[in-house]
Design a protein. Structure first.
Length: 142
């Protein structure tokens, strides 16, 4: 009797396992869902890598800009130290404010005359040869 019960229980188990097996359509559906989910995850990983690379490029550009600004700041600090010196203040007072020491004569030349003279020199430099300019210099002088 024990052997018969064992065979019957074995048959019952095989019927249960056949009933519990999923049909092919359900398995195929699950495989499709897993494939779609995998593609979705791969897309998001690729997009994340692209965004990270883009942000790293922005960071490198910002670091270069910061380095340039640091160098500019150092130059400005050095210039500010120079501006405090008396020689610089005196030179700027002479150049910009037309101040001078006792006994000095101040000459003010309008910018229009200076610009006109520069333009005239450029025109004459183009029209005459170098040899002619030297001859004029030696014969006529300044």
């Amino acid at each position: 009797m024990a052997i018969i019960q064992f065979k019957e229980s074995r048959k019952a188990q095989s019927k249960i396992t056949e009933q519990s097996r999923t049909p092919k359509a359900v398995r195929l559906g699950l495989q499709i869902v897993f494939i779609i989910t995998s593609f979705f995850l791969l897309y998001n990983v690729a997009k994340s890598i692209y965004q990270t690379n883009f942000k790293l490029q922005i960071l490198q550009q910002a670091e270069k800009e910061v380095e340039g600004l640091r160098l500019e700041n150092i130059d400005l600090v050095m210039e500010s130290d120079r501006v405090i010196e008396d020689e610089y203040i005196e030179a700027e007072a002479r150049n910009r404010l037309n101040y001078g020491l006792d006994g000095e004569i101040q000459l003010v030349i309008p910018d229009e005359l200076v610009n006109a003279e520069l333009e005239e020199d450029l025109v004459h430099a183009d029209s005459r040869s170098v040899l002619q300019e030297w001859l004029d210099f030696l014969v006529i002088g300044l």
